[in-house]
Write a protein that binds this ligand. Structure first.
Ligand code: AMP
Ligand code: ZN
Length: 442
């Protein structure tokens, strides 16, 4: 689909089209302010000390940011719960946490001002796709600790859309609301949109019944083909939306109507691309890992956060006139994190759960594949010594136990398959514990 390209809408035209020099000056000013806050946190007191930075005045140019070491997801866990908090606890009005983490989750905190700033940024993202207060916004992303749902919610309300906070699930109700309230914009994972489309007929919906114009798709990797497929199936425009909980969730980078990469809102974030092996900063155009610094969050500053997402900065200007640089579609990750139906899972989290059980043997395999449009997770394990693989009642109970434990820790309930001891493949070198068969989705 091609959007009618005549009108380009801005939420804050001045900031969105700020000449690069002024935009960078604004970044530097905010970086210094953010540094002053960061020095209130135990973690950054240490990091700044390591870098020989004594205060905000040491950031003379944006390049001085590179003096600071990176911040990693493990740092967030190590300093859990409050080691990154830069304001008195009483000023925090919201806590979010990254999906699918066990033990110590990676939490983020926001003050009322932080929430307002975040709503402003997400309103900007939505307007950048040409949407406005005349639209009806059905938010099919999961509401809760995960930032997917609430992340865009406040921005949509701020700009005056009618928001339907339906969350994910319940296909029948999704279509009923879409029909009855003439939803024009939806926000969902691409796999969920493809999945519910297969149920349209069962829900007695014909494509002509819907008034849908746009979909914001994100939270999981997807290809250009998947975008096109969604656009064709629904007869709409689909826009790529990128974000992560640690950086307030969706809306940090969004496609405009030209769909040529996602504008990173650089007055609110500093984006760097690094080589994940050598850690050197790469020039625009070269592919590497995205590293982000948030400039507009008082409760919890984060400097040079390694997202592990692989992308590149697209050189050149976008025809929309925005000066904020664009990142390309996320190509993958530099770590082994899996994203299963939008939920982040490290294989080690599954291992931790199953290997604790004495009934489970020594070898296991995690298989992720497509089941229709959705992802299907299967955990194959060998049974422990003395367990018979033909005792169906015992095995049924064990499977249930594994499902419950995994549901509690990673929020996903897998299919469980049992194998005889020694029957799962063993590799000579590094054990291959994961088979991701989704490569060519749908
Ligand atoms: P979470 O912290 O649970 O919101 O998950 C964030 C992660 O989801 C990111 O680090 C990415 O790996 C992935 N993600 C989010 N949006 C996209 C997108 N548009 N394309 C590909 N991956 C995405
Ligand atoms: Zn643009």
């Amino acid at each position: 689909m091609t959007e009618q390209r005549t009108t380009i809408r801005y939420w804050n035209r001045e900031v969105e089209t700020l000449p690069r020099g002024e935009l960078e000056a604004l970044q530097l000013k905010r970086l210094k302010e953010q540094a002053a806050w960061a020095l209130k946190t135990p973690f950054y007191q240490e990091q700044f000390k390591k870098a020989g930075i004594t205060g905000p005045e040491d950031f003379k140019t944006l390049g001085d940011l590179r003096r600071l070491p990176f911040t990693e997801k493990t740092d967030l866990r190590d300093y859990y719960p409050y080691g990154f908090l830069a304001v008195p606890r009483e000023e925090v009005v919201r806590l979010h946490a990254s999906s699918g983490t066990t033990g110590k989750p990676t939490v983020i905190f926001l003050t009322a001002d932080d929430l307002a700033a975040s709503a402003d940024i997400t309103a900007r993202s939505i307007v950048c796709t040409g949407a406005g207060r005349e639209d009806v916004f059905q938010n099919m992303m999961t509401y809760g600790l995960f930032t997917g749902g609430l992340g865009l919610h406040y921005g949509a309300e701020k700009l005056g859309m009618m928001v339907i906070p339906i969350s994910s699930g319940n296909t029948l109700k999704q279509f009923k609301m879409m029909k009855d309230f003439e939803t024009t914009v939806v926000h969902a994972t691409p796999s969920y949109l493809l999945h519910i489309h297969t149920r349209m007929e069962d829900c007695e919906v014909r494509p002509g019944d819907l008034k849908l114009k746009k979909a914001y798709i994100g939270a999981e990797p997807h290809s250009e083909d998947i975008r096109r497929k969604i656009e064709e199936l629904y007869g709409i425009d689909a826009y790529n939306s990128y974000g992560l909980s640690e950086m307030n969730g969706p809306g940090l980078a969004f496609e405009c109507i030209y769909k040529t990469g996602m504008h990173v809102w650089e007055d609110a974030y500093i984006a760097e691309i690094i080589n994940p092996d050598t850690l050197e900063v790469l020039p625009d155009g070269e592919e590497g890992e995205l590293v982000l610094t948030i400039l507009s969050r008082r409760a919890m500053p984060l400097f040079r956060y390694r997202t592990r997402d692989l992308t590149r900065i697209i050189p050149g200007l976008c025809p929309c006139g925005r000066t904020h640089r664009r990142i390309a579609r996320i190509k993958g990750r530099s770590d082994d994190m899996l994203i299963i139906n939008g939920v982040n899972v490290f294989p080690s989290q599954i291992e931790e759960v199953i290997m604790r059980l004495p009934e489970v043997g020594n070898n296991y395999l995690i298989v992720v594949e497509k089941d229709g449009a959705l992802d299907k997770l299967t955990v194959k394990t060998e049974v422990g010594p003395g367990m018979a693989t033909d005792d169906t009642r015992v095995l049924y109970r064990l499977a249930q136990k594994i499902k419950d434990l995994l549901k509690a820790s990673i929020t996903l309930s897998p299919h469980v398959e049992f194998h005889e001891p020694g029957s799962l493949p063993v590799s000579q070198g590094k054990a291959e514990r994961v088979q991701d068969r989704r490569k060519e989705p749908v």
